[in-house]
Design a protein around this ligand. Structure first.
Ligand SMILES: [Zn+2]
Length: 278
């Protein structure tokens, strides 16, 4: 869908699928909107008159929205949107305060992990799928944890999860060692006294999360206790290797203390399943 006005010299229009990362008001009536585009990476767009009534672009610029954005994509400075098609809102995430908490954190991580304008269609699709799964009400904590573990690579870290870094063993109890940049089997724990001392169950799941695809997560059901030790292990990894402190992360951590007040009760069916599976 490329428009060309007769004879008029204009910069070329580009189009790409994109996911809204965030937006903020700019001057009185305008907005700056950051979009992760599939074909040109993250870009900041300048949108004029967004608060006007009947601004046709408005629904495509809401948080947790995916669409095809058509406009002038600039390598530097601000880009502009001319039109939009195939708008897909992630409605459940938009409407649920818990899901938006997790969703915001994922998008903040994406924003922190790669530079603007960096072409990364793999990360784009991974982000899209994570949001889609969250929107389909798969477990947002598991989705988030998988995202965090697999995103480590974008921060330049590639821990060895597949086998004990000393003997190559693949089964059994493991712990994480920063000294070795990977996991140690129980037999070799003594080689690093400052290993993480993580819950072996947490290490088991983080190993699984490091290579799992989102299509297979339906089969995973975790007890709260296991989730908490996975959280702790990933926090330790992020603290050591990534060192960013996002407000949205703080928010989901604090959410734990008040979510029971607001959360819809889980159906009986699902809670028995939870117990059975683990
Ligand atoms: Zn070993």
């Amino acid at each position: 869908m490329r428009k060309r006005k007769g004879g008029e010299k204009m910069s070329q229009l580009a189009e790409s699928k994109g996911i809204i990362l965030f937006s903020r008001n700019y001057k009185e009536k305008d907005k700056l909107v950051k979009i992760f585009t599939e074909s040109a990476g993250k870009m900041m767009f300048y949108v004029k008159g967004i608060h006007r009534q009947n601004q046709p672009l408005a629904p495509a610029l809401l948080p947790f929205t995916e669409a095809v954005y058509i406009g002038t994509f600039k390598n530097e400075g601000l880009s502009f949107i001319k039109s939009v098609k195939n708008i897909h809102p992630f409605r459940k995430i938009q409407e649920d305060i818990f899901l938006s908490g997790y969703g915001t954190y994922l998008l903040n991580l994406v924003d922190a992990a790669i530079e603007d304008h960096q072409y990364d269609p793999t990360l784009f699709q991974f982000t899209q799928l994570a949001l889609q799964k969250m929107d389909e009400e798969d477990d947002p904590q598991i989705i988030t944890n998988i995202f965090e573990v697999q995103l480590l690579q974008r921060f330049g870290i590639a821990p060895i999860w597949t086998h004990c870094v000393v003997c190559g063993k693949k089964r059994g109890k493991f712990d994480y060692s920063s000294k070795f940049g990977g996991i140690l089997c129980e037999e070799h724990w003594s080689m690093d006294l400052r290993r993480y001392h993580a819950d072996p169950r947490a290490v088991y799941f983080v190993r699984l999360f490091s290579s799992i695809s989102y299509d297979k997560i339906n089969a995973i059901n975790l007890k709260e206790e296991t989730k908490a030790s996975i959280r702790q292990l990933i926090d330790q990894l992020y603290e050591e290797y990534v060192g960013i402190h996002l407000k949205s992360k703080k928010f989901i951590d604090q959410m734990k203390s008040w979510e029971h007040v607001l959360k819809r009760p889980v159906t009986n069916e699902k809670s028995t399943e939870n117990k059975k599976k683990e």
